[in-house]
Design a protein around this ligand. Structure first.
Ligand SMILES: Cc1cc2nc3c(=O)[nH]c(=O)nc-3n(C[C@H](O)[C@H](O)[C@H](O)COP(=O)(O)OP(=O)(O)OC[C@H]3O[C@@H](n4cnc5c(N)ncnc54)[C@H](O)[C@@H]3O)c2cc1C
Length: 435
């Protein structure tokens, strides 16, 4: 099963339920901008929004149709978290850093809400329905309950509530969990309509500043600025922001960033519409749900279908085996779904970093970037796009551990695939042991 080629539409539930048909021109001829943005996902578009808000003139180019990257393919879970827990951050870096990181997470969700409100993106269906983290073992439950109590005590976070196994079973319809922690204030959205809506809104307000089918193939320093080259047109700009994230291998312009990221395939399946009896019994509060396993699986109900995501195939192609494993995992949590058909399956790449954190800032005097969301980037990319724009305008916003200088190169880069398989195998082993 092959990966959708650059330029090709990505078949998904989101594509078939989109309420926003949007297309954008290719860049042609000579253009001038204050900031050229390479990559038209949430990060690039949020950066463009921030720049126009400050009276600057940005131009966004994407190699593919807007929404082709992770921003149009993801699960639409809007979360306020990093891969690292806040107690772990506090232990390693101190309480002031943990407090700043916690503020950044919640600010990221508020940024999504603000953009959706500003551009009236009703099709994006953003709701603060809450996220329920479901524990797969007693040990995992005690870890997340301790973490929630620590966050309430030390960070004053009142958004977390612990649920018993019975409460989780009643709400999810699955008896597979030992309990859970419910986070309010976070939520879900329709990912493709968020990215398309944002791009369309920017163009309606500010003219042709978003171009698709326009890969940046080169960046040349010129005078005190830069020239971004695409096949049919060029942009003369003072600064560039690179927001190509897990798709930093499409051309060589993102090479310095690519070597700091490990792309990892994440896959999603969506069932046929559920029979009424199941629709009324499973995920009754229609939140987003995630597991405590290291190799996390998550699920939602969308338009009466169960949408289930987790690790995808290794290597360059999707595989029947990986989608089959995802289905098996879904049925192990919801045995009633054994006879329900799968209507959609698709995948995309997430960008992992060595420290498990995204990073934003400056690469040199003319180039800024924001990348590395480690699979939890819907909200964070919206915030870091904004902050990347601030860096490009010469500001230095407080980003604590997300500082670009902390983004380290991946050691033995050519062996990264082998490394990914080994780490995934180790995590699966620990998950199987319940550790
Ligand atoms: C299957 C899947 C499920 C996910 N689920 C969730 C979830 O539920 N919740 C969550 O928080 N996060 C999730 N994520 C992660 C989230 O989608 C990403 O972190 C986020 O979308 C990153 O946005 P971005 O704008 O940085 O990158 P992208 O949206 O990937 O955009 C990068 C863009 O750069 C373009 N590009 C690359 N090279 C060039 C070039 N040379 N010139 C021009 N353009 C170029 C690409 O075409 C692409 O459109 C998921 C990701 C995947 C793949």
């Amino acid at each position: 099963m092959s990966e959708p080629l650059p330029g090709a539409e990505v078949p998904s539930l989101w594509r078939d339920t989109t309420g926003v048909e949007a297309s954008f021109p290719r860049l042609a001829g000579d253009a001038r901008a204050d900031v050229a943005i390479i990559g038209g996902g949430y990060t690039g578009l949020a950066a463009a929004h921030r720049l126009v808000e400050k009276g600057m003139a940005p131009i966004v180019v994407d190699a593919n149709p807007i929404g082709w990257g992770a921003s149009g393919r993801n699960g639409g879970v809007v979360s306020a978290k990093f891969r690292l827990s806040f107690p772990a951050i506090a232990e390693a870096h101190g309480m002031p850093v943990a407090r700043t990181m916690h503020r950044l997470c919640h600010r990221a969700v508020d940024e999504v809400a603000a953009l959706i409100d500003d551009y009236a993106l009703t099709n994006a269906r953003f709701t603060r329905c809450g996220n329920l983290r479901c524990a797969h073992t007693e040990r995992a439950l005690s870890t997340i309950v301790d973490e929630a109590e620590w966050m309430r005590r030390e960070l004053g976070d009142g958004s977390l509530r612990c649920l018993s196994a019975d409460e989780v079973a009643e709400e999810t319809g699955s008896r597979a969990f030992t309990g859970g922690v419910l986070a309010s204030g976070v939520g879900s959205l329709h990912p493709l309509d968020y990215v398309r809506g944002l791009a369309g809104g920017l163009v309606r307000r500010h003219g042709d500043i978003v171009f698709e089918g326009s890969p940046a193939t080169g960046i040349r320093r010129e005078g005190d600025g830069v020239r971004v080259i695409t096949p049919r047109g060029e942009i003369a700009a003072r600064q560039v922001i690179v927001t190509t994230n897990a798709y930093s291998d499409l051309t060589t312009v993102s090479a310095p960033i690519k070597s700091r990221l490990v792309p990892f395939r994440s896959s999603i399946i969506a069932t046929d519409p559920l029979p009424v009896v199941l629709r009324e019994r499973l995920l009754i509060h229609e939140r987003s749900y995630g597991e405590t396993r290291r190799m996390m699986r998550w699920f939602r109900k969308v338009d009466g279908r169960l949408v289930f995501g987790g690790r995808g195939a290794f290597g360059k192609r999707d595989s029947e085996v990986a989608f089959g494993a995802l289905r098996k995992a879904m049925v192990s949590l919801f045995p009633e779904l054994a006879d329900v058909g799968i209507a959609y399956r698709w995948s995309g790449h997430v960008a992992m970093t060595m420290d498990g954190l995204p990073h934003v800032g400056r690469l040199d005097d003319r180039l800024c970037y924001a990348v590395g969301y480690n699979g939890a980037g819907v909200a964070m990319s919206t915030l870091l796009g904004r902050l990347a724009a601030d860096f490009a305008m010469g500001d230095a916003p407080e980003v604590a551990l997300l500082d670009a200088n902390r983004l380290k190169a991946v050691p033995c880069y050519p062996l990264r695939e082998v490394g990914v398989r080994m780490v995934a195998g180790w995590y699966q082993f620990l998950d199987a042991l319940g550790r």
